[in-house]
Ligand binder design. Sequence first.
Ligand code: NAP
Length: 454
Amino acid sequence: MGIATINPATGELIKTFEALTETEIEQKLSLAQQTFEQYRHTSFEQRSQWLTTAAQILDAEKEAFGKIMTLEMGKPLKAAIAEVEKCALVCRFYADHAAKFLAEVPIPTDASKSFVCYQPIGAVLAVMPWNFPFWQVFRFAAPALMAGNVGLLKHASNVPQSALAIEDILQRAGFPTGAFQTLLIGANQVAAIVMDDRVRAATLTGSEPAGASLAATAGKQIKKVVLELGGSDPFIVLSSADLEAAIATAVTARMINNGQSCIAAKRFIVADPIYDEFETRLVEQYRALKVGDPMLPDTDIGPLATSGILKDLDQQVQVAIQQGARVLIGGKPLGGTGNFYPPTILTAIPIDSSTAQDELFGPVAMLFRVENIDAAIQLANSTPFGLGASAWTTDEAEQTRLILEIEAGSVFINSMVKSDPRLPFGGTKRSGFGRELSIQGIHEFVNIKTVWVR
Ligand code: NAP
């Protein structure tokens, strides 16, 4: 299937879209370039005003935008609406802080005057995934636009209406037409755009093969890239933890977005003395979750975004079983129409199996029992990923060790991993490089210029 909206709850093909032709892409790249020459000279006040208007549009129409997302990729509507609210938040955050983040920094040297200034670089291509169709885009667009860059969006092929809605929001907010354009194109059309001289940098959020492919193309052209890739975040629970809070959070941390979040807790690593209670109570809580129509207010878990994802997840679980894993709950697709997969818990997974190394992108939790904190940290660091980590302990010495020794882009103590405009977000190891959000995010796509005046 090419670029299309297919309702994942019913399998119904709602609408198909033609990919842009080479001529149409050329027109859009040309418009981006022309717009940049003007747009780069707009003031922070002007950009901030437009971005604040975008936030107002998002807030005012959050139900409608939420429904587009739920229709296209199946997240529960209440979560989709919350996602739109978070997009308004990131717009306001950068509208309020970008001028400060990009202000000249005087640096005393032997010059009469020396300082660092930040300048926009031009058109930046954003290749984005379907799992948070609005949030992923706004967390790129808000800093990029405030920095004076122009954006080009290649969104995932299953969320074209979300992609078009975002372009429309930014245009209605007042940004010039060429400041942010959606390109309805397939993945096979990305490389030529990355190679185009008018595109100065690229960011990709998605899978490792897609990131590697984009980065290879950009590398040949000496272009900057930010990659936000997959993860298999550990959720470590040690003996002193507040078990009540840890278990309640373990439900949300795994099941958020129907289990399809890069920073979802995917591996639960639990200390031996509390393991049995943790397992029993987690099973109870997962069993109580309601799987069904994502448009209904009491649904906890909607369908997976595509039939391909359902098939892949099912296959991964079957492999896990062959490798010796035990299924405590769930374990196979619900069947019938829609891409529904139930909350699933796997235990007794051999730690040297491929399953223990893999990212499971759906509502499947892997449980591991460990003897002590050393084993917990070793297991946490044993995958190729390094996105986020959540660790639960009230012991300060243990907290310090977890903060220092876990190989991840973020460590959250006694809380689940989440993104927040005020804090940088990104990974290490094969989860990617570069940062989004906060001051670090806006500094990724600017020319950090050193100025020295005798
Ligand atoms: P995906 O297949 O890599 O798709 C992501 C985007 O990349 C889509 O727009 C896709 O376009 C495009 N794409 C795919 N192959 C490409 C290629 N060879 N060259 C250029 N573009 C290409 O990822 P997914 O499976 O949809 O998303 C799930 C993955 O994303 C998971 O691993 C998840 O952990 C990760 N993720 C990471 C973060 C983070 O912040 N670190 C956030 C969300 C998701 P088409 O749709 O047209 O194929």
